[in-house]
Design a protein around this ligand. Structure first.
Ligand code: XMP
Length: 514
């Protein structure tokens, strides 16, 4: 394991991903974790992330010197680099040498572990106020910029390395190569972490956890729950029952697809519960998005509990486990990167009531989305499931701004089906991360259709490009595809007289509209 010590920047997750892209397993730990605890994890290497503080600021996170003396290879980036310099006796000062954004880096490759085989001039992403003006004793300086004399240093003997910039971001042109040089050459790690090893490990862990009891798994039709279910199915077979709750907030054809494709691929026991009446009744009169989420989350669990009771009527052991497709970003976002038990992800379990009775099984909690897809593929799930774009658990309920009613859902389902059909026909499914189609149910405006005045609703298209949904940009989609979608929706969906495009990135917007 490579530990990524998080100094409070949004970069730690990205670093962890990049390490895994180098086929080395990585985990994020908070900088407040005592060094002894980090070392107890027996890490193959430690990476110190960037962070928003100045090493001189009061209360700035520090590191125990012992970390650098344990013989574990360490790579500091940005704040981590400065902290390393300062702790080991180098000089870090606020000399006005600020650098933000793309910066030319001058590299001296001779004898360098980090930069071997990379260009002497390369572009890197900087974001710092303080700068290192003298490396600690025993370190050689392997890169500089026009304003910073020490932009990278290395100490092969102690296996300590650092760079002032952010190698993990795309704008650092040789960042991945430099990171891999640290991992393979500096730390001597073999790149052998694969999704196959994840499957083996998880199957064993699931068997140990569940024993001879039974589990149920909520299937939403999304990638995460499908892959989680397939993994648990592989581990415990018929001890698992998948429950697919049709809450009436699904998209067109979704229920049928789960019934057909998922069962065909996994052979799992599937119980489909039609609970749309129940959800619609509970949602009646509610416009506030958080209230909607709470209601949907609560009803979900109630339906599961009912399903549990029904399964209990059948002969067999206790149904004690609930399988969830919680991913690593959910865990980290909910502050659970430390490995504490029983963390609930706000995305997957948003409105869980407090009196929940299941123990959770979360076999994907170490994985990023792209890794989940690879696991799914390896488990034999079809592309229609594995490659599908993310769709939120609360479904179309959080894509109607305003009250959720059956008529509005039917209308949105039609519009969404048209958009999906055209995006697929245009071959854009892989390029677009996801494209929420949103109904502004509380907005009406005047239009003209045929020869008459209309007073209809707008539909919003929200195509976004993203790597992990944490940040996103709106997708520059071809105008002719937009035109086809617009024409078809206004022609084919009653009560819609406008189609608008959302051109906001995330932040400041979110991906969903609710
Ligand atoms: P936002 O809207 O927060 O969405 O930018 C980020 C990503 O998360 C998905 N999303 C959810 N997924 N349950 C889920 O399983 C949820 O409650 C939920 N809310 C948002 C959203 O589709 C996007 O991919």
């Amino acid at each position: 394991t490579v530990l990524v010590v998080d100094f409070g920047a949004q970069y730690a997750q990205l670093i962890a991903r990049r390490v895994r892209e180098a086929r080395v397993y990585s985990e994020i730990v908070p900088s407040t974790m005592p060094v002894a605890e980090m070392l107890a994890k027996n890490p193959a290497a430690i990476i110190l992330s960037g962070g928003p503080s100045s090493v001189y600021a009061e209360g700035a996170p520090r590191l125990d010197r012992a970390l650098f003396e344990a013989g574990v290879p360490v790579f500091g980036m940005c704040y981590g680099f400065q902290l390393m310099a300062q702790t080991l006796g180098g000089t870090v000062d606020d000399n006005g040498a600020r650098e933000y954004g793309r910066t030319p880096l001058h590299v001296s490759r001779a004898g360098s572990t980090l930069f071997e085989g990379t260009p002497v001039e390369q572009s890197v992403w900087m974001s710092h106020g303080d700068a290192c003006s003298a490396a600690p004793e025993g370190f050689s300086v392997s890169a500089s910029t026009d304003v910073v004399p020490v932009a990278a240093f290395e100490n092969d003997e102690k296996k300590l390395y650092g760079v002032q910039y952010h190698p993990e971001v795309m704008h650092s042109t040789h960042g991945q190569q430099v990171l891999e040089h640290f991992l393979y050459r500096g730390a001597g790690i073999e790149p052998n972490w694969t999704t196959g090893s994840v499957i083996e490990e998880q199957v064993e862990a699931i068997r140990a956890q569940v024993g001879d009891k039974r589990a149920i798994c909520g299937l939403s039709g999304g990638v995460d729950s499908a892959v989680a279910a397939a993994l648990v199915q592989k581990a415990i077979g018929s001890q698992l029952t998948c429950v697919y709750v049709d809450h009436g907030l699904m998209r067109k054809g979704e229920t049928e697809q789960v019934e057909k494709d998922f069962v065909a691929a996994t052979g799992a026991n599937l119980k489909v519960v039609d609970a749309s009446e129940r959800f619609l009744t509970a949602l009646a009169g509610v416009s506030d998005p958080e209230t909607k989420r709470k209601i949907i989350g609560r009803e979900f669990i109630r339906v599961f509990e009912q399903a549990q009771l029904e399964i209990l009527q059948e002969d067999g052991p206790e149904v004690a486990f609930l399988v969830q497709g919680t991913l690593y970003p959910d865990v980290v976002e909910s502050g659970g990167g430390t490995g504490t038990a029983n963390i609930k992800s706000h995305h997957n379990v948003g409105g869980l009531p407090e009196d929940i009775e299941f123990e959770l099984v979360e076999p994907l909690r170490q994985l990023f989305k792209d890794e989940v897809r690879m696991v799914g593929q390896e488990l034999g799930l079809p592309d229609e499931i594995v490659q599908r774009q993310p769709f939120p658990g609360p479904g179309l309920g959080i894509r109607i701004v305003g009250e959720v009613t059956k008529d509005r859902l039917d209308l949105l389902r039609e519009a969404d089906a048209i958009a999906r059909e055209e995006l697929t026909a245009a071959g854009l499914d892989r390029e677009i991360w996801q494209c929420p189609v949103v109904l502004l149910a509380d907005v009406r405006s005047v239009g003209v259709q045929g020869d008459g005045r209309t007073y209809g609703h707008p539909i919003v298209l929200r195509p976004v490009s993203s790597e992990d949904a944490m940040t996103a940009d709106w997708t520059r989609m071809p105008y002719d595809v937009l035109a086809r979608i617009s024409t078809r929706i206004t022609n084919e969906v009653a009560d819609v007289n406008r189609v608008v495009l959302d051109v906001t990135s995330k932040p400041p917007g979110t991906i969903e509209w609710e």
